[in-house]
Ligand binder design. Structure first.
Ligand SMILES: C[S@@+](CC[C@H](N)C(=O)[O-])C[C@H]1O[C@@H](n2cnc3c(N)ncnc32)[C@H](O)[C@@H]1O
Length: 244
């Protein structure tokens, strides 16, 4: 495993206490079927990456305080934006052990994290991934990548904020991986909470993207309402929502 799991807080009321250290202790080994699936996902990612750099969603150019330069004609290839394989494998494991009825992620980008969520859901043939991507060039590529793994998904062309009514069951796991600035993430987190089941996990990607994003994470991590708070390496923050 390429990242360290750190417990920031585990209250007695946490139902996820010990779960993440269990993953660290198991020095992840996956069965042969899952290992083959991971290999085919990575092959698919390599092929998508060969498409080269494709334009970012147009709204990135409107951002005033992104925290990093974007450029005049911003383009990215899949390898530039994807969640790395070690985190992706952790996500597949999480989906497998928690057996959620619904997982929510945004954005999909070219589909890396989504394919791994689907791999995890496929282990028990249950649950649906609700994913969102507003970039009309990247969305069909993600759709094709998702379909190569499973049909247990609803991938919407559009933002999460504008389309959250497509999510019908309460969500047990969410990944916020879109525009990494506090002004977006704070509002998105509130919306995520409104569609989440009691005790759900919410993952924040790129918590060290900028000083602003670091502040955003620290603010939520300190909230005593949450019975469990963890970090996965220096990249991802996880909170467990209260049971009631
Ligand atoms: C860092 S990438 C996501 C990477 C992806 N999760 C993966 O592992 O491959 C961020 C994506 O979020 C999308 N995005 C930005 N704002 C969004 C929003 N409000 N709702 C949904 N997606 C959004 C962007 O177009 C971009 O494709």
């Amino acid at each position: 495993m390429g990242f360290e799991i750190r417990t920031v807080r585990e209250e007695p009321s946490s139902t996820m206490a010990g779960l993440f250290s269990a993953y660290a202790a198991m020095k992840p080994t996956f069965d042969a079927k899952m290992a083959d699936l991971f290999e085919s996902i990575e092959d698919g990612i390599a092929k998508t990456n060969d498409l080269g750099k494709l334009p970012l969603w147009a709204d990135y150019k409107k951002l005033k305080d992104y925290g990093r330069p974007i450029g005049d004609n911003p383009k990215r290839k899949m390898a530039d934006v994807r969640t790395k394989a070690d985190y992706c494998q952790f996500y597949a494991w999480l989906a497998d052990v928690l057996q959620p009825e619904a997982i929510l992620e945004f954005g999909a980008a070219f589909g890396a994290s989504g394919m791994y969520w689907l791999a995890g859901l496929g282990q028990r043939q249950s649950g649906t991934l609700y994913s969102f991507e507003p970039n009309p060039v990247w969305h069909p590529i993600a759709e094709q990548n998702f379909n190569a793994i499973s049909d247990r998904h609803l991938l919407t062309l559009g933002t999460f904020e504008d389309n959250l009514d497509v999510i019908k069951p309460k969500v047990q796991i969410s990944l916020i991986d879109a525009i990494h600035t506090r002004s977006f993430v704070d509002k998105q987190f509130e919306l995520v909470r409104s569609v989440s089941a009691p005790g759900a996990l919410v993952l924040f990607d790129d918590i060290h993207f900028s000083p602003d994003m670091k502040e955003c994470w620290q603010h939520h991590a300190r909230n005593p309402e949450f019975p469990g708070v963890w970090t996965l390496g220096s990249r991802v923050g996880v909170v467990e929502l209260p049971k009631d």
